[in-house]
Design a protein around this ligand. Structure first.
Ligand SMILES: Nc1ncnc2c1ncn2[C@@H]1O[C@H](COP(=O)(O)OP(=O)(O)O)[C@@H](O)[C@H]1O
Ligand SMILES: [Mg+2]
Length: 274
């Protein structure tokens, strides 16, 4: 296909991706195409879930939007900024949180503020407020290794919130948690999101998680990742996972994903067999 003209867009969008492509190690014999032709707009305050088979480029897209990796083609904007490097306006939260074990919980939460040179008392107050929002006000002075996995992820969210990001980029943040903790964390995240007014771009390969969280679900193809479909979710919150509407959405997402998961699986088998 001939290259598409860049579409005009308003600078009010939280994230705009136009014609994004990423090939890792481009121009070398190890070149590996991860993403192709990604056009995506995210509105301020919107909760968007990226759903796709493992290896389809979901994390790659988050790194590009975070400004941590260079794209091969295309443009990314966030509000008025052309994305070229990381910004405190866009926080990235990973599956495995890296907290500094030698710092207390509040010092971890205030770490970004200390890099910025904020005074001690302000840092402490901001950390306290952020920890209260994630229900961990009592854990200020604890060390990270005294906390459970779910609590550590809440600390990571508190740390992101202290920077008042406009966009929260979350890469399978609850994937390592047990099912009950995960459900609680989803509820908690929806509360935090509502208060913060930030847009959330949340990566998962879990259909249940997409149904629980999303305003819109963006389904990816197998690698090279392209957008297969974008499905608006018009269900009231709090959502009942057993409601017939949730069930039919789950079925629809499963149908969208099935052939892509099969393709991703076949590719991985071929790589192992080679
Ligand atoms: N730093 C990297 N260098 C080379 N290839 C990478 C790198 N990161 C990811 N990839 C490859 O890019 C593809 C997409 O990876 P990723 O974005 O991690 O997928 P997902 O998050 O959807 O599982 C995969 O084939 C992966 O092996
Ligand atoms: Mg990933």
């Amino acid at each position: 296909m001939a290259s598409k003209p860049i579409q005009p867009f308003s600078r009010q969008e939280a994230v705009v991706c136009r014609g994004i492509a990423k090939t890792w190690a481009e121009g070398t014999p190890r070149a590996h195409e991860a993403l192709r032709d990604i056009d995506l707009d995210i509105q301020p305050g919107e909760f968007v879930v990226l759903l796709g088979p493992s290896g389809c480029g979901k994390s790659t897209l988050l790194y590009l939007i975070a400004g941590l990796e260079a794209r091969s083609r295309g443009e990314i904007w966030s509000f008025d900024d052309a994305v070229t490097s990381p910004s405190p306006d866009r926080s990235l939260i990973f599956q495995e949180t890296s907290l500094f074990p030698w710092l207390s919980v509040w010092q971890n939460v205030a770490f970004g503020l200390s890099l910025r040179g904020d005074p001690l008392e302000e840092r402490r107050r901001a950390a306290e407020a952020a920890l209260a929002r994630v229900g961990l006000a009592e854990a200020m002075e604890k060390r990270p290794d005294e906390l459970s996995g779910g609590m550590r992820q809440r600390v990571a969210v508190a740390r992101a919130l202290t920077m008042r990001p406009k966009v929260l980029l979350m890469d399978e943040p609850f994937a390592a948690l047990d099912v009950q903790t995960r459900a609680k964390m989803q509820d908690f995240l929806l509360d935090v999101w509502r208060d913060s007014g930030a847009s959330v771009l949340f990566v998962t390969h879990s259909i249940d998680e997409a149904v629980a969280l999303a305003d819109r679900v963006v389904v990816f193809t197998a690698r090279p990742g392209r957008i297969k479909s974008i499905i608006p979710v018009d269900l009231p919150r709090p959502r009942d996972p057993f409601a017939p509407e949730s069930e039919s959405l789950r079925r629809r997402l499963m149908e969208e994903l099935r052939s892509e998961v099969d393709r991703a699986f076949a590719e991985q088998e071929a790589l192992v067999g080679a």
